[in-house]
Design a protein around this ligand. Structure first.
Ligand code: FSO
Ligand code: SF4
Length: 551
């Protein structure tokens, strides 16, 4: 076994990637990511202790957040980047240790977990050590399962917290929990019950983090508005922007204005089309293409350069790799990386803009529009119509089908469910899962589209807010009594965060697919089934029947 990774839904055989990632991650990269996570836990161990003495550091917390974010599936494939971060992590850990010891006195070395003490200046030793500190270092299957579930939930929290931070929103509780949670995974005295409690707490923090990000996004760019998003092309050269980072979107639009270059979104950047601040730009044309995993085919056809602001990056083919640019925590060997902001300035996208000017306009793949922009503000502004629709029977209920998309053909299940749901049901969605069905013409109910797209995966917060407010408006005490059923698609660790967020709200009976996570052991699954009635998806026919019975 040259690596072990089972953090995403595409883990080989639904057990784990052991030779090379299905995502394209090389074993050395997977192992370096393990080492980086392990050291981040070591850093958090000290930063958590430092808190008791008021010596905790925000930059240290942020550094850990970026480490976590960079190890999310399809984010960074660049060994050099990880070597650099590991070196830096050893330095950051030493500094926070010193700071803690200057307040609390010297620590007895024998009490420390190895993640808090191991060190080396030799990069070759990084590779050696990286093979020992991964997931399988925890022998007990249930403890391993809970440690990983917690770590993956925290990775998603870190990604969302990072986006919010870039836009000037942060919450101390979120930073504190990330440290506490990571340090807990090093503590051999914690058993199943304690770790389960931490997982539940992660769900609550996930909601708080998504709320913080929602505040950051809407504060900076306005509340998304119902929008017919153009999916066709124009005849200027274009730049395609993908990922989730709205600050990058803003700066790219600003820098391309008046340059004769159009801007299009791909994948999870699609919801940017519904923000009032972005709609102001005439050269912001619309969305090009579909889900992240179709990028090899679609990037080729786009002709112009592509900016990846976050995951999901598919290792690019040689035929178009010279036009893929990365930024933030995204990385791939050989691609041009746009540096971070310096001294409060903007990122510099001029290299991409110049590149675009020498390219052909995008090849047309489709035309027309698709509806978007149904986040909490837009949906709740129609709460009266919705409640009236429910009361009159025009709306039988809602099916939350948010989450992620992936490569496997069995994900067509979600498309089939969308097609089979009767005309008096409405699909609420967020995240890239929607690309399986967002171009179906499912019509409207009393003017309300039957697919309401709240935005990116983090905008699942909108779905929680909508459910809660509908419960309040209709005087329902238990959120489970609402006519809402949950049929969730998952792929990477942000989806784990979203799932934990839904569970933290006491939502029961969620269907999850296309498979249950490989990292959930039988016993842990037993607890999730007992407590939340979590279940795997079944056949389209059976599930549609069961969903309708639940509404
Ligand atoms: Fe998708 Fe990828 Fe948003 Fe994920 S593009 S899969 S859950 O990174 O983050 O929904
Ligand atoms: Fe495999 Fe997913 Fe890990 Fe990639 S991220 S190595 S596909 S489990």
């Amino acid at each position: 076994m040259s690596m072990f990774c089972y953090q995403c839904q595409e883990a080989a055989g639904n057990e784990g990637c052991t030779v090379k990632g299905v995502c394209g991650k090389e074993p050395e990269t997977a192992n370096l990511q393990d080492l980086l996570i392990w050291l981040s836990k070591g850093i958090s161990y000290y930063n958590e202790k430092a808190k008791e003495h008021g010596a905790q550091e925000e930059e240290t917390g942020l550094f850990v957040i970026e480490n976590l974010f960079s190890t999310i599936t399809n984010g960074n494939f660049d060994d050099e980047w990880f070597e650099h971060r590991i070196n830096k992590s050893l330095e950051v850990r030493q500094n926070i240790r010193k700071k803690y010891e200057s307040e609390a006195g010297e620590i007895d070395e024998s009490e420390l977990p190895e993640a808090a003490t191991w060190s080396s200046h030799d990069v070759n030793e990084f590779y050696e050590k990286s093979r020992e500190v991964g997931v399988l270092a925890t022998e007990d299957e249930d403890i391993r399962s809970l440690r990983e579930l917690l770590t993956y939930g925290i990775k998603g929290i870190a990604a969302y917290a990072d986006h919010a931070y870039v836009l000037g929103e942060k919450k101390q509780e979120i930073f504190d929990f990330i440290q506490k949670g990571l340090a807990a995974t090093l503590d051999d005295s914690l058993g199943v019950d304690e770790l389960l409690n931490m997982v539940v707490e992660a769900g609550n923090i996930a909601v708080e983090t998504m709320e913080t990000l929602d505040k950051a996004n809407t504060g900076a760019y306005g509340d998304p508005e119902p929008t017919e998003v153009n999916i066709g092309v124009r005849d200027n050269p274009g730049i395609l922007i993908s990922g989730h980072d709205l600050k990058d979107m803003e700066e790219l639009l600003e820098q391309t204005e008046g340059e004769g270059v159009d801007v299009y979104t791909h994948g999870e950047m699609l919801p940017a089309n519904a923000y009032p601040a972005f709609k102001e730009y005439d050269h912001f044309v619309g969305n090009y293409g579909n889900s992240w995993w179709k990028q090899d085919e679609e990037f080729e056809k786009f002709n112009g350069p592509i900016l990846m602001t976050t995951n999901c990056l598919v290792p690019p083919e040689d035929s178009y790799s010279d036009k893929v640019y990365t930024t933030g925590v995204v990385g791939f060997p050989g691609l041009t990386h746009i540096d971070d902001r310096k001294n409060g300035g903007q990122k510099d996208f001029w290299e991409i803009i110049d590149h675009a000017k020498d390219t052909e306009p995008p090849q047309e793949m489709e035309s027309g529009t698709i509806p978007g922009g149904f986040a909490h503000d837009a949906v709740l502004s129609r709460a009266d119509d919705i409640i009236e629709g429910i009361q009159s029977g025009d709306i039988r209920g809602f099916v939350v089908m948010g989450g992620c998309d992936g490569r496997h053909a069995d994900r067509d299940y979600f498309k089939e469910v969308a097609k089979e749901l009767p005309e008096d049901t409405i699909i609420l969605t967020a995240g890239c899962a929607k690309f399986r069905y967002n171009k179906l013409d499912l019509g409207t109910i009393n003017g309300i589209p039957r697919i309401l797209d709240a935005g990116q995966c983090n905008d699942s917060y909108s779905l929680i807010k909508i459910a809660k407010e509908l419960a309040e408006a209709t005087g329902v005490d238990d959120i489970n009594e609402l006519p809402i059923s949950y049929d969730i698609a998952w792929y990477e660790q942000k989806a784990v965060t979203v799932l934990l967020a839904l569970l933290s709200q006491g939502i029961e009976g969620i269907r999850l697919g296309p498979t249950l996570p490989a990292f959930v052991s039988e016993d842990v699954l037993g607890v999730l089934v007992d407590k939340f009635d979590l279940k795997p998806i079944g056949s389209v026919e059976d599930d549609v029947e069961a969903i309708l019975a639940e509404l």
